[in-house]
Design a binder for this molecule. Structure first.
Ligand code: DGL
Length: 277
């Protein structure tokens, strides 16, 4: 449906990328590399952050309400929900409500199960994602011959927010938070860690240093970018790289370090009033 609509359109597609905070930037960067000609708007629902511990019903209502406003305002051709905690809950409701394609971000359990050698996989996510039926269904469907260890982190998304805001947590604090990720049982050690929250790849370099043994950290962003290109088609030749726009639902202007991080990713911040959400 949308692919034909967009392919017929000579204007660059409008893409809305949504997350609770800055985590979705890990997805956004890949999307922008894949379609530099697209007009991206990045919306961080920082007024609702963190989603990880939010009651499921409240989260569903919040995201649907926000999407009502954003879709009316921006008329995107496609929406990328760059948040596992939201995607594993709200995608069916969004797809039923709006007549545009939604790409979700869900735990990359299939590639982890395909690549593991030890058979020990850890899914590192927010408590919300760890609890979802969606996540458990993926495990049953794709990883029934692996041992899957679910780790729900209450802090890691906030640590990633701090990292990008120029206020990183200490190594020992980060190491303690991710210690449960590494399982060594019956002679087999974790070799695949699914980063099932878009905030976590912001910490990958530090996690690599702190890990007690080397593991593969699986980031779903490249697969999401491929899916977007499948739906939108390849970039239109000759269209210059577009400046993308970022909006924060708190209405607050981000501090200097974050502004710089956004700028480095090609994002300019639009300051709006705090949303009524
Ligand atoms: N970035 C979000 C995710 O992928 C969640 C972070 C949060 O708000 O707790 O799950």
């Amino acid at each position: 449906m949308a692919a034909e609509h967009i392919a017929d359109n000579i204007k660059p597609p409008r893409v809305l990328v949504f997350d609770s905070g800055v985590g979705g930037l890990t997805v956004f960067s890949r999307l922008r590399e894949a379609r530099p000609d697209a007009q991206f708007t990045y919306v961080a629902d920082d007024a609702g952050f963190p989603y990880g511990n939010m009651d499921a019903e409240a989260l569903l209502a919040r995201v649907v309400h926000l999407m009502d406003g954003l879709i009316a305002q921006l008329s995107p051709d496609i929406v990328v929900v760059a948040c596992n905690t939201a995607s594993t809950l709200v995608l069916p409701a969004l797809r039923a409500r709006f007549d545009i394609p939604f790409i979700g971000t869900v735990p990359a359990i299939k590639p982890a199960a395909e690549q593991t050698i030890s058979g020990e996989i850890t899914i590192l996510a927010t408590p919300g994602t760890v609890a979802r039926d969606y996540t458990h269904d993926l495990i049953r469907k794709f990883a029934d011959s692996s041992r899957v260890h679910l780790v729900g982190s209450t802090q890691l998304a906030s640590f990633a927010e701090r990292e990008l805001s120029g206020n990183p947590v200490r190594d020992d604090v980060l190491r303690d938070e991710v210690a449960p990720v590494f399982v060594d049982r019956d002679g087999a050690r974790t070799d695949m860690v699914v980063l099932a929250c878009t905030h976590y790849p912001l910490l990958t370099k530090r996690l690599e240093h702190l890990a007690p043994w080397p593991v593969t950290w699986i980031d779903p962003a490249p697969a999401i970018a491929r899916r977007m290109v499948q739906l939108l088609g390849e970039a239109t030749n000759g269209v210059p790289l577009q400046t993308a726009h970022a909006t924060f639902t708190s209405g607050q202007q981000p501090h200097e370090a974050l502004l710089l991080a956004l700028k480095q990713r090609g994002l300019e911040v639009d300051v709006h009033e705090k949303c009524a959400c």
